[in-house]
Design a protein around this ligand. Structure first.
Ligand code: URA
Length: 228
């Protein structure tokens, strides 16, 4: 991870304070003064601040059931944040793994482990995300085949990766995708002449949402591993 993040995760300092400490040459990595916060460091490195060895806090892995009308970033003037539901220390260390729109409900993962979230969100990793979708009109017969072949979304040069549909009723489906483009599900249905009315993320990889709306819990070691 970046050296400035390593300092934040090992102390109570904010990023701005960590950068000031670096600038003041208070930080030594493997015997060398380092001033650049972007320097990549590893847990095997010996990193000291004012001569004291730093040890980062253990990473946290959280499932949250997002209610509608909340946003996935830390601050917004219009909507409350999902972080308001987390009564937890050091909330600024955490980020959402694959954001949902304000009106979307369901499974949100939250962590401070950037490598873990990269493995879940990067399309090359093919991690499936399942959405329950309510539609404004009955699904046309050719939509499943179009989603398998890939959809040309407005403003994108590449087709979407193959996605699969399970039909629950004419106006309710489960959609599985392995990407997370901006408003992807809504744009895919718009591209085939339909409109998403309700959107709920049920699962990510093997992990199923299993807690009531507005609640959160830590993931088990097995759940964390299953998403690596
Ligand atoms: N796709 C969307 O359009 N919105 C979401 O919130 C998630 C996926």
């Amino acid at each position: 991870m970046r050296l400035d993040k390593f300092i934040c995760q090992s102390t109570d300092y904010s990023k701005i304070e960590a950068l000031a400490l670096l600038n003041a040459q208070a930080v030594v990595v493997n015997g060398e003064f380092i001033k650049n916060g972007a320097t990549q460091v590893h847990e095997n490195n010996t990193i000291t601040l004012h001569g004291e060895v730093l040890t980062p806090r253990a990473c946290r892995y959280i499932m949250l059931h997002k209610p509608a009308g909340t946003i996935c970033s830390n601050v917004d003037e219009h909507y409350p944040s999902v972080f308001n539901h987390l009564q937890i220390e050091y909330p600024n260390d955490l980020h959402v793994v694959g954001r949902l729109d304000a009106d979307t409900t369901g499974l949100v993962l939250i962590t401070d482990d950037g490598r873990w979230s990269y493995g879940i969100t990067h399309p090359d990793k093919h991690c499936p995300k399942v959405y329950r979708v309510g539609l404004s009109r009955p699904l046309a017969d050719d939509v499943a085949a179009k989603f398998t072949a890939g959809i040309a979304l407005q403003g994108e040069t590449q087709l979407t990766l193959p996605a699969s549909l399970t039909i629950i009723s004419p106006q309710e489906v489960l959609l599985t995708i392995t990407q997370g483009k901006f408003h992807q599900v809504k744009r895919m249905f718009a591209a085939v002449g339909n409109r998403v009315i309700t959107l709920h993320r049920e699962s990510i990889g093997q992990l199923q949402l299993d807690i009531p709306e507005g609640q959160w819990r830590y993931l088990t070691v097995e759940e964390i591993q299953s998403l690596r």
